[in-house]
Design a protein around this ligand. Structure first.
Ligand code: RRO
Length: 313
């Protein structure tokens, strides 16, 4: 028997595959489809204090090698998702769910966490520090002092399992500096990576950009970002306290991609661009493909190879 089950934040999940925040998680209709699929659980769209309609369309475009998006945080507001998760907790009580949140400042983060504490939410919080698409708002994860300030406040007011969704980093010194900050806190996990911010996709026939907001600049996902995602997963796996687990996100469209993320240290893997393209049925194929690779290598569980990436020296 080859198992793709995993444990994160002390919770058990039958399957290590789940959606990435932003994909198939805007409302109950989408979340129901992930819930009904082979995914081990779901994460909601990043919720803000107030509902948001997001940026004008076009705001998502698949490309040959992945995707570009400038969604601009469209979401139904935190109470909507807390209600939905509460219903699921009652309907399927043996599963644990992820609530993604993002405030526009520390006070809003605190407000969101107070609402979660006051609710019957029993799952895992993913604090998104890396939305690239709100005009005038930089990606928090690139402001190292701000990350430290936010986490200091977050862990003063919130005591449930919580992790952070990070932007990709591109420099060894940045991995060192960010890991040193993260290691000061009782984080349940770090999720690497969000989309690579502010790429540009051009349609040559019309000589135009394909996304409306910010003159076409948007977050890049899919094949383009897998090497960067693997580097971030492994860099944090090498540097973080072992108690801080890693969720691997970025460029997963096959069982082999997931295998690579897990080999780099991921305990759970999230699927964004490929899920958007294929729909939640993708989790069947991904699970089967990962099991096939594990069988070929004689592995029966993720811990047989998780984090065991080999070096050439
Ligand atoms: O909604 C978005 O534009 C968005 C978000 Br919040 C995010 O974290 N990552 C992304 O690629 N798009």
């Amino acid at each position: 028997m080859i198992s793709t089950e995993t444990t994160l934040a002390g919770y058990h999940f039958d399957n290590c595959f789940m959606n990435a925040a932003g994909v198939y998680c805007y409302d109950a209709a989408e979340l129901n489809q992930v819930q009904a699929s082979m995914a081990g659980t779901f994460v909601t769209k990043s919720a803000t204090v107030m509902p948001r309609s997001g940026n004008p369309e076009p705001r998502y475009q698949p490309t040959r090698l992945g995707s570009i998006n400038s969604m601009g945080l469209p979401n139904e507001g935190l109470p909507y998702y807390l209600d939905y998760v509460s219903q699921q907790q009652k309907a399927v009580p043996d599963k644990t769910y992820f609530q993604s949140i993002t405030g526009f400042n520390i006070e809003e983060d605190e407000q969101l966490l107070a609402q979660i504490s006051a609710s019957d939410f029993k799952g895992v919080v993913e604090l998104n520090l890396s939305c690239p698409n709100v005009p005038g708002k930089p990606q928090t994860g690139y402001d190292f002092e701000m990350v430290e300030r936010i986490l200091t406040r977050v862990f003063t007011v919130y005591h449930g399992p919580l992790g952070v969704k990070l932007p990709p980093y591109f420099d060894i010194v940045h991995f060192d500096q960010m890991a040193a900050i993260l290691n000061q806190f009782p984080l349940a996990f770090v999720n690497s990576v969000n989309s690579i911010g502010n790429g540009l996709k051009i349609d040559v026939a019309t000589e135009r950009v394909v996304i409306k907001t910010k003159h076409g600049f948007g977050g890049i996902g899919g094949d383009y970002i897998k090497p960067t995602a693997l580097a971030n997963v492994h860099a944090f796996y090498q540097r973080l306290n072992p108690a801080i687990q890693i969720i691997g996100t970025g460029g997963i469209k096959s069982g082999q991609d997931a295998f690579e993320h897990i080999l780099c240290g991921a305990s759970m893997v999230q699927v964004g661009t490929a899920l958007q393209k294929e729909g939640p049925i993708i989790f069947e194929r991904l699970t089967r493909e990962l099991q096939t690779i594990m069988a070929q290598k004689g592995y029966t569980k993720l811990s047989d190879f998780r984090g065991k990436l080999q070096y050439l020296d």
